[in-house]
Design a protein around this ligand. Structure first.
Ligand code: NCD
Length: 328
């Protein structure tokens, strides 16, 4: 599957979001509009009656070919809070496991008159592939494809940073851990640079950094204490052991000794640093429990923000965004 032409397929002729496949190629203005829309939904999710009728009568299909807890459930909640009907396809018990092709699965679901596919797939480019083949009224949202992109995760991360820090100018952000296998890191790097942070650092052993990583617009570090010096935001990443074919690290214990986030190491960062993690976290491997559960951690706020951000992207791709104020 090809990942070519990521930006154009997801915009309509007037530059509005039709699919949400990657943040790569999207401009600052659009990223800000997603966050502003999410901001108005954040208050909806906080109130007693959590629903708005923007997607009433629409059907959203969660098509997850890879495991997920947070992403799948927050997409489901987002769709339900927009009053959509939601179908969760369990791939393990679906006809895909009997050999049906991806395109045949899509064609059959299309025949049921659905309106949106939320797709997670182990293969990079899967969401683009589906987007290229669906009927014109259907939107496709990428919920993570291989090592390539995880755009709603990146958007909920920058939304969390904006809420905690008030903006992006002057910020130094360190992304720490398994950059090589991380679709989250790739999407975050693009979003942070497009939003104008001062510096994005990637901190990892050489074996877990892609070749020529500087070309992505980051400064690489191989020493955690150095990489954390004076940063405003630390984003920790999980070791993607399921994507590691061979030995990338000597041992988990040794990895924690060198790259695990501890209180002592965090002292190098600014005193008001925030600690983020897309989850699932591996306590004692990339992050000490005292930090994950401590006062600098915003990890659970990220989960909450995932709902508002996914509501924003769903409503924007369904062209419902402009009706939102009237409905709220
Ligand atoms: C991430 C993913 O699946 O890419 N998790 C998530 O969506 N919350 C990161 C990970 O699995 O480590």
């Amino acid at each position: 599957m090809s990942t070519a032409a990521p930006a154009d397929i997801q915009l309509d002729a007037s530059g509005r979001l039709r699919h949400f496949l990657t943040v790569e190629g999207l401009n600052r203005e659009l990223l800000v509009r997603i966050m502003d829309t999410a901001e108005s939904f954040a208050s909806v999710t906080a109130q007693n009656v959590k629903k708005v009728p923007l997607l009433r009568g629409k059907t959203v299909v969660n098509l997850f070919f890879e495991n997920s807890t947070r992403t799948r459930t927050t997409f489901e909640l987002a769709a339900k809070r927009l009053s959509a009907d939601v179908l969760n396809i369990n791939i393990a018990t679906s006809a895909t496991s009997k050999g049906e092709s991806l395109l045949d699965t899509i064609r059959n679901l299309e025949a049921m008159h659905v309106d949106m596919f939320v797709v997670r797939h182990a293969q990079s480019g899967a969401a683009h592939f589906i987007a290229r083949h669906v009927a014109p009224h259907i939107s496709v949202l990428n919920a993570g494809d291989g090592r390539h992109a995880h755009p709603t995760q990146a958007m909920l991360d920058v939304f969390t940073i904006r809420r905690c820090k008030g903006g992006f100018a002057g910020l130094k952000v360190a992304i720490v851990g398994d950059i090589l296998h991380s679709r989250v890191a790739r999407s975050e790097i693009w979003a942070l640079n497009a939003l104008g942070v001062d510096e994005v650092r990637v901190v990892a052993p050489k074996t877990l950094l892609p070749a020529h990583v500087e070309s992505l617009g980051v400064v690489p570090y191989h020493d955690l204490s150095e990489g954390l010096r004076d940063v405003d935001v630390v984003i920790m990443l999980r070791l993607q052991l399921e994507r590691m074919g061979s030995a990338f690290i000597p041992s988990e214990h040794e990895y924690f000794q060198r790259f695990g986030l501890t209180g002592r190491r965090l002292e190098k960062a600014k005193s008001d640093v925030i600690v983020m993690h897309p989850g699932p976290i591996n306590r004692g491997i990339e992050i000490d429990s005292a930090i994950a559960d401590g006062p600098r951690s915003v990890i659970l706020q990220q989960v909450t923000h995932g709902i508002a951000v996914r509501m924003a992207v769903m409503s924007m791709t369904m062209r419902a965004g402009s009706d939102m104020e009237a409905a709220a």
